[in-house]
Design a protein around this ligand. Structure first.
Ligand code: PLP
Length: 456
């Protein structure tokens, strides 16, 4: 197909939006290892998991054989407000880089939460509402998940309690106000309102918190209040299932114009956008139908795939969540606070971990200042101010496009632009002022956290 026939933005028609989510586990011969109950260290049962999560979501979490799940009509209708999301051909970036590569990005920042997180927030809130719950509790790091969940809860008239990692609570006061506008109750974590929060505050006075701490607080809040459940914005297999809409739409848009992707690139925090984005492509690889280069990009300050260990670990600092087998830096690993933005989680989705372990996916770690340079290059030509998280994918997409320039190959590079960075101006300011550093944890630091992995 000739160049010009591919529009700048490939939009699907509304009726072309997927009606089902895709569960890549169904096509994996070697499945991700089962979640373990932290009390018994045995594979967790549906009844046990339903004490923490809504039953329908617990079912999705444990199901590794059903390939497709129908998207309930109510959720599909909510998706229509901001989906299908465009797949953009980055003509201007290609021109700027003078690369023969063709670069495409799936833009997930077109809603108030500013990220892909709303795709799963609405699904999780929907199942909670359907189960007759009063409300949900959660944690948020950079704030996008808390915002997405508060949007979904206000739409469905559910109570929403958010534990926000203290350093972002302080750095991003406006994020907090967006959540409060949607009616959420926002508490900086670690707080004094939960037992685990008081314990963490006592043990680490003055700590600015971490996702692992905030998760523990939110789980405690859910299990100690009647009619509440805990919901999580990443890492879990149910979240990857909901996020498969990103990959399914991307694949449909590429197919519409007969474009075969060579490389699929996504940033990896807990692995939800990456997992959802690559799922349909990984499925084709697993079924032997096609081949792609799948690349996970993580920050060098929190390098779970590239420097972590594949082992059972706790998902939270308080060690009350189910254990999962994943690439991890240890649940006690607290990334340097000088690392801005998200992607600060110590572990990784079990699905992404297993795909990586099987060699279906590569991983790269990139340094913060290089990420912001890529963000700046992108912002100056493509008209979107990218989130720092998303910019990890931009960085590697640009690296790959520059390799094509050397070799003269015209590859199709597709990456996920997970969101916008308007609430990350504190980090952009540091970058613009030239005072942003690159923190890379030492081997000793990583070994110390890994030494505390549970004995399973
Ligand atoms: C949360 C977030 C991420 C990282 O989370 P994953 O679960 O790894 O996808 C990436 N980009 C943006 C904009 C986010 O809000």
């Amino acid at each position: 197909m000739s160049e010009k026939t591919i529009p700048y933005k490939i939009y699907l028609e509304e009726h072309e939006m997927p009606r089902q989510w895709y569960n890549v586990r169904a096509d994996m011969k070697q499945k991700p290892a089962p979640l373990l109950n932290p009390e018994t260290m045995q594979p967790i049962t549906l009844d046990e998991l339903s004490k923490v999560f809504c039953r329908e979501l617990a079912k999705q979490e444990l199901d590794d054989t059903t390939a497709y799940f129908d998207i309930p009509e109510e959720i599909w209708n909510f998706y229509r407000m901001y989906r299908p999301a465009p797949l953009v051909r980055a003509y201007c970036l290609e021109e700027k880089l003078q690369t023969p590569a063709h670069i495409y990005y799936k833009f997930e920042g077109n809603n108030t939460s500013g990220s892909h997180k709303l795709n799963s927030a609405i699904a999780q809130a929907y199942y909670a509402k359907k189960e007759g719950l009063k409300g949900v509790t959660t944690e948020t790091g950079a704030g996008q998940w808390g915002t997405a969940l508060s949007m979904a809860c206000s739409y469905l008239d559910l109570d929403c309690q958010v534990y926000m990692v203290k350093c972002s609570y302080e750095q991003k006061p406006f994020r907090r106000e967006v959540m409060r506008t949607y009616g959420a109750q926002v508490t900086p974590s670690p707080s004094m309102t939960t037992e685990i929060g008081r314990k963490i505050n006592e043990e680490f006075p003055g700590t600015t918190g971490s996702l692992g701490c905030a998760i523990s607080e939110a789980v405690e809040a859910a299990t100690s209040q009647e009619g509440y459940r805990y919901v999580l914005g990443s890492v879990l297999s149910q979240v990857l299932l909901h996020q498969s809409i990103i990959g399914l739409e991307t694949k449909a848009a590429l197919d519409k114009y007969g474009v075969k992707a060579d490389m699929i690139i996504g940033c990896a925090g807990g692995g939800s956008n990456l997992g959802g984005f690559v799922s349909p492509f990984a499925g084709e690889m697993l079924r032997g139908e096609a081949d792609y280069k799948l690349i996970a990009v993580e920050p060098s300050s929190c390098p779970s795939l590239t420097r972590g260990k594949y082992a059972y670990d706790f998902c939270d600092t308080g060690m009350i969540c189910p254990l999962q087998k994943m690439y991890t830096l240890g649940s006690g690993f607290i990334p340097s606070s000088s690392h801005s933005g998200g992607l600060r989680y110590h572990g990784m989705s079990t699905i992404v971990s297993e795909l990586y372990h099987q060699g279906l996916m590569e991983a790269r770690s990139v340094e913060q200042t290089a990420v912001f340079e890529a963000a700046q290059t992108f912002a100056r030509v493509e008209g979107i101010l990218p989130a720092p998280e998303s910019s990890h994918a931009i960085k590697v997409a640009i690296d790959e496009a520059m390799k094509c320039k050397e070799t003269g190959e015209s590859k199709n590079i597709v990456f996920c632009l997970t969101g916008t960075g308007y609430f990350d101006m504190y980090a952009y300011q540091k970058f613009n002022d030239g005072v942003m550093g690159d923190y890379i944890p030492s081997d000793e630091e990583i070994c110390k956290a890994l030494a505390k992995l549970p004995n399973v």
